[in-house]
Design a binder for this molecule. Structure first.
Ligand SMILES: *[C@@H]1O[C@H](CO)[C@@H](O)[C@H](O)[C@H]1NC(C)=O
Ligand SMILES: *[C@@H]1O[C@H](CO)[C@@H](O)[C@H](O)[C@H]1NC(C)=O
Ligand SMILES: *[C@@H]1O[C@H](CO)[C@@H](O)[C@H](O)[C@H]1NC(C)=O
Ligand SMILES: *[C@@H]1O[C@H](CO)[C@@H](O)[C@H](O)[C@H]1NC(C)=O
Length: 588
């Protein structure tokens, strides 16, 4: 079919003029977006580097390769390093390095060392082999942050593995296989081991609020496992468990699709719609330039991801004052999710940029595959920007293809224009901008905001990251299986002198030992009890490699409970499914 109204297909053109505009005005407007992109990209790369130790101008005294979330030390205090933000930032830097900016090499090697160090730091999520890699943030001096927080967050390890895998693949292609194998792979291997072990457990989402299963975490997990298995093979290492888990993760990822959009958080009763930029950030993270518009992996040009783009961006149309009066098909300011109350709930630069980046990535995919398909799932997305759109497959070179891709590009640029409108004249990108008047809010110079500007505008210029192997890893198995429980059998021995009718039980932090509830404590047996050796004993299956607190309690014949004296006892179950360990304690 043909489109008669090309003007309507260029929504950006009417934005500044308040009326329909012809091609000349359209070009003028493009020039202004181009000019903004050019200056703001320079500011953004400087903004990223300023926040990285040791020589970043805003990261003085911060160890090499440590990324500050923001230099802001109060209201809010973001003077920490988050594994997620650092990994996404370095993914952007490593892509730039691969594309040609070789001045970044030392900074990347610094990141590898800094992360190898952090992986060894015990923290409230656990030790290096007992869950500690899921700790979301550390103090900038690389010590553990011990305050209360939403932990664990399981996206950090797979995101870091992906950033480092891109680097390792470059090293292999440039005669540095030894560095890839001996320095980078050990860090990746630990992240993959964590990911394989914990992907089927709940954790906190990227916004650190919801304890459940997050689409972003699982999408990042699938990508990391696929490319991790391939990297292992290249290096003569093995990650059989990565290859085995990846299809199962992809299987699970399908369950986030509601039929019309992605519900970003499942396995949790969070009282939200689930329309969350979480899902758009996922599509741009798992974008593979060599892939088709695969629905199963929610590629940027897939019908599912485009329908979701509309659902998520539309969810912000009515909630922000600054979006009022903006017509359907025109870009709006985008936040995290419409129910957000953090700082009153505002648009974020990185969220608005992600909406643009998905569309630029989709344009790249259509151009490369040579056609564009509109189906029932994606039709509403297309009708917003080209009202006469209808289902069908349109070959590159056809008028319809040209009309639609021109409109999509103008729509993507329109999101950049929203960012431009609310970026202060010095180009500083904070975390948020005010829902009522658009002025910058929350942390200043957010590293992730700058990194998001870089990746969005690189995609705009047709610069993409290397393939991660999506095209041969995008068919989910017919039935999904989770990971079997990995338990270790612990024998609890406690010497406790008791009188007839009394019994001894163990109770503590894990479900298997009653979650501290005496009623659900595990009773021990007195079958080996003698007057010379008052042994109470029992075998209990607990999750392997897990640190936990516990105590013994004494129950009288009438059910009166007496607790041991403080402090709590602490033990870490042995590693390996089916492993065993013995604890020998004396009642106190
Ligand atoms: C574990 O995987 C199974 C199978 O995909 C899924 O049904 C379940 O919700 C998952 N649970 C978590 C917490 O990931
Ligand atoms: C998160 O949820 C799981 C159950 O889905 C629960 O076992 C765990 O204790 C929760 N964690 C926190 C910190 O609330
Ligand atoms: C489409 O791809 C070709 C070949 O890679 C490239 O030269 C061209 O610039 C691309 N066109 C668009 C509109 O991205
Ligand atoms: C616990 O005690 C048993 C004997 O009751 C002994 O064989 C074992 O070595 C002890 N284990 C530890 C860890 O002390």
């Amino acid at each position: 079919m043909l489109f008669t109204s090309l003007i309507r297909a260029l929504p950006a053109a009417s934005f500044i003029l308040g009326a329909q505009a012809g091609p000349v005005e359209h070009q003028k407007r493009q020039a202004s977006v181009d000019a903004f992109v050019k200056t703001q990209a320079e500011i953004s790369i400087k903004g990223v580097l300023a926040n990285i130790g040791t020589d970043g101008s805003k990261a003085k005294g911060v160890p090499a390769g440590i990324v500050l979330a923001s230099p802001s030390r109060s209201e809010p205090d973001y003077y920490y390093t988050w594994t997620r933000d650092a990994a996404l930032t370095y993914k952007a830097l490593i892509e730039r390095f691969v594309e040609g900016d070789k001045s970044l090499r030392q900074k990347i090697d610094d990141y590898v060392s800094a992360q190898a160090y952090l992986q060894g730091v015990s923290n409230p999520s656990g030790g290096p082999d007992t869950g500690g890699l899921g700790e979301p943030k550390f103090n900038v001096d690389r010590t553990a942050f011990t305050g209360s927080w939403g932990r664990p967050q399981r996206d950090g390890p797979p995101l870091r593995a992906t950033a480092l895998t891109i680097y390792a693949n470059w090293l292999i292609a440039h005669d540095s296989t030894a560095q890839a194998a001996n320095t980078v792979w050990p860090v990746i291997a630990k992240d993959l081991a964590y990911t394989v072990r914990y992907w089927n457990q709940t954790g906190f989402d990227l916004w650190e609020e919801i304890n459940g299963s997050s689409f972003f975490t699982l999408s990042a997990t699938h990508r990391a496992l696929v490319e991790g298995a391939a990297l292992a093979a290249k290096l003569g290492k093995t990650c059989d468990s990565c290859a085995a888990a990846a299809p199962q993760v992809l299987c699970f990822v399908q369950s986030f699709w509601t039929g019309s959009y992605i519900d970003s958080n499942i396995n949790v009763n969070d009282g939200r719609t689930g329309k969350d930029v979480n899902s758009i950030l996922s599509s741009i993270h798992t974008f593979d330039p060599k892939s088709q518009c695969t629905d199963a992996t929610f590629q940027p040009c897939s019908s599912r991801a485009l329908a979701n783009h509309k659902a998520v961006t539309d969810s912000f149309r009515s909630v922000y004052t600054i979006n009022r009066g903006i017509a359907q098909g025109r870009a709006v300011a985008v936040g995290r999710y419409s129910e957000d109350v953090y700082y009153n709930g505002n648009p974020w630069y990185l969220a608005t940029l992600a909406a643009a980046e998905q569309l630029y990535s989709a344009l790249y995919q259509w151009n490369r595959t040579g056609s564009l398909t509109i189906d029932a799932v994606s039709l509403a997305f297309f009708k917003d920007i080209v009202p006469s759109a209808a289902t069908g497959t349109f070959a590159k070179g056809s008028d319809t293809y040209k009309t639609i891709t021109t409109a999509v590009r103008a729509y993507a640029d329109d999101y950049i224009k929203v960012v431009q409108k609310y970026t202060p004249s010095n180009g500083g990108l904070a975390e948020q901008f005010d829902r009522n008047n658009g002025s910058p809010l929350s942390a200043v110079d957010l590293t992730w905001s700058y990194a998001a500007f870089l990746t969005a505008t690189e995609r705009r210029a047709g610069i993409v990251s290397p393939t991660w192997g999506e095209s041969s890893n995008n068919v989910p198995p017919k039935t999904c299986t989770g990971t079997p429980a990995c338990n270790s059998r612990i024998t609890f021995n406690v010497r406790a002198t008791t009188v007839f009718g009394e019994s001894i039980s163990v109770v503590g932090q894990l479900t298997a030992i009653g979650n501290w509830s005496p009623a659900d404590a595990k009773a021990l047996s007195a079958s080996k009890y003698t007057s010379s050796d008052p042994l109470w004993s029992g075998e209990i299956d607990l999750p392997a490699s897990t640190a936990f607190d516990y105590k013994y309690i004494r129950k009288s014949s009438t059910g009166v409970v007496t607790w041991e004296s403080d402090p709590n006892r602490r033990f870490t179950s042995s590693s390996g499914c089916g492993s065993t360990a013995v604890v020998n304690d004396t009642w106190r």
